[in-house]
Design a binder for this molecule. Structure first.
Ligand SMILES: [Zn+2]
Length: 209
């Protein structure tokens, strides 16, 4: 089955590469092969697991949680806890696959048109600076943070993602509740960046497994 997720931001978001771009910004946002920004599936999974662990702790108490800091993962592979079933552990593979979140189609098309109008080619090395400047104008701005600047994505940009896997009802419910708990994504939370709301909807798989 598949859960569809939409990320809507109230403030600009910085989900970075850890690398800079062409001398314009020290910390650029993560982009897909088409040049548009993405939110990595691995980062979404990390945020969701944290939210899920808060839910499970509230429900079952601290003792019921496995994993860090004690690194006490579920040893019994026949009956791992809900967190291990969904997210996996060093000992077992999780059922849920978290896909990268991409800009929703309608907005992606507008941004691509805008960039094509100006004959900006992302893949051309020489176009990097212009592309970055144009992208900043459409998508956000570079924010200064002490000695560094961070590229951010404007809050108007909506991201779409999905989670797939053979998830049972309890696991789907945990993921849905975790997504609703998610309130911040990306770096700079201390500076008010990345405040978000996540919408979830379940869509049945076309072919039953
Ligand atoms: Zn576990």
């Amino acid at each position: 089955m598949r859960l569809q997720l939409w990320f809507r931001f109230q403030t600009a978001v910085h989900h970075g590469t850890g690398y800079g771009l062409a001398g314009i910004v020290d910390r650029s946002v993560l982009r897909g092969t088409d040049g548009l920004p993405i939110l990595s599936g691995a980062a979404i999974k990390g945020k969701m697991r944290h939210a899920a662990s808060l839910i499970q702790r509230a429900k079952l108490g601290e003792e019921a949680l496995c994993g860090p800091p004690e690194d006490a993962w579920c040893r019994d592979k026949k009956s791992p806890c809900l967190l291990c079933c969904v997210f996996g552990s060093p000992l077992i593979k999780g059922k849920a696959i978290f896909h990268d979140a991409t800009v929703i189609d309608a907005q992606g098309a507008i941004i691509r048109d805008y960039l094509e109008d100006r004959q900006i080619v992302f893949q051309s090395p020489g176009a990097n600076v212009r592309a970055t400047t144009a992208m900043s104008r459409v998508l956000g701005r570079a924010e200064s943070e002490h000695l560094f600047t961070s590229e951010t994505i404007a809050p108007e940009v909506i991201f779409e993602s999905s989670i797939e896997g053979p998830l049972d009802a309890d696991e789907q419910l945990l993921l849905t509740q975790s997504a609703k708990l998610l309130r911040q994504f990306g770096g700079g939370s201390g500076r008010g960046l990345g405040w978000c709301e996540v919408q979830v909807s379940a869509t049945p798989e076309e072919t039953q497994s």
